[in-house]
Design a binder for this molecule. Structure first.
Ligand code: C2E
Ligand code: CA
Ligand code: CA
Ligand code: CA
Length: 275
């Protein structure tokens, strides 16, 4: 396929294999993507498992590439992490999400994903603070989702940064719980405000004894630690039955809705307060 207009020639290098060439073309396109407004935020419901009320939205990045169409985040975020662009991209996501949410009538919470490299940046708490001040979003409405890979490299440093973030008043969620190397010791050492159980475990709760046991014990663990727990990847009513029975109070998944552009949630976030 003919890729990326003006960058195609400069980036062509016969020593690179197709995958590497593809990555470097994408990397160059990404830089232009921000200025050309090709990135867009999608929002996915997070709901109470009891009342099914909306308790917030997870913000998920989308790239509408002029040639390739919609590029999934897992195809470009790892590239952005490798070439350092994730700092600029992550900052754009955070600022745009805070800007959008600050303008809503209905003050629902937003949860924004933070890449390991962003969290490692000693200036990250200041950046977050500046964005909150500039956009006017109340810190209490912002949750940052971090993964274990973002904190294992230098635990002391990560802890220091997380404490500063919490001092600002934002909440910290541990994302993809259960998929890391040492989720239990991570829980012991970090002051999380939420645990998100990875959808890899939710999928099997009704059919696989191991998945059911892992999810059940995670819910109990979180309850004992007094940390709210959210189940990701809830796709079926049977998942809901299991999760409600086991006491998981928050859910997110296709059963409630796929991630949607801002226009798809406008009727909720622009509803008059109290309706
Ligand atoms: P994640 O943070 O674990 O986000 C949840 C992913 O699961 C999303 O995929 C979402 O669309 C998908 N999902 C939600 N409910 C269901 C369900 O019921 N069934 C299934 N099969 N999938 C469900 P998405 O949007 O493709 O994002 C993939 C990953 O890309 C995210 O995983 C996150 O790691 C990363 N990502 C997305 N946006 C950002 C961002 O702004 N910054 C960073 N650093 N990473 C992001
Ligand atoms: Ca997430
Ligand atoms: Ca997740
Ligand atoms: Ca994930």
């Amino acid at each position: 396929a003919k890729a990326a207009g003006s960058n195609a020639i400069r980036l062509y290098d016969s020593s690179m294999d197709d995958a590497a060439r593809n990555r470097s073309v994408l990397a160059a396109d990404m830089r232009q993507g921000i200025t050309r407004s090709e990135f867009e935020l999608y929002y996915q419901y997070q709901n109470s498992s009891q009342t099914r009320d909306i308790i917030g939205f997870e913000v998920l990045l989308r790239w509408n590439h002029p040639v390739r169409g919609k590029v999934p985040p897992l195809d470009f975020i790892p590239i952005a992490e490798k070439n350092g662009f994730i700092h600029e991209l992550g900052e754009w996501v955070l600022r745009t999400a805070c800007q959008e949410a600050a303008g809503w009538n209905n003050p629902v919470n937003i949860a924004v994903n933070v890449a390991p490299a962003q969290l490692a940046d000693a200036n990250f708490p200041q950046r977050v603070n500046r964005i909150l001040l500039e956009t006017g979003l109340s810190a209490a409405r912002l949750e940052l989702e971090i993964t274990e890979s973002g904190i294992i490299a230098d635990q002391q440093h990560a802890l220091h940064i997380i404490r500063q973030l919490k001092d600002l008043g934002v909440r910290i969620a541990m994302d993809d719980y259960g998929t890391g190397y040492s989720s239990l010791s991570t829980l012991q050492n970090f002051p999380f405000d939420k645990i998100k159980i990875d959808r890899a475990f939710i999928d099997g709760v009704n059919s696989n004894r191991q998945s059911a046991a892992i999810v059940r014990s995670t819910i109990i663990l979180a309850q004992s630690l007094n940390i709210p727990v959210l189940a990701e990847g809830v796709e079926r009513e049977e998942h809901m039955d299991f999760l409600r029975r086991e006491g998981c109070l928050q859910v997110q998944g296709y059963l409630f809705g796929k991630p949607m552009p801002l226009s798809g949630i406008a009727h909720i976030v622009n509803a008059a307060p109290g309706t």
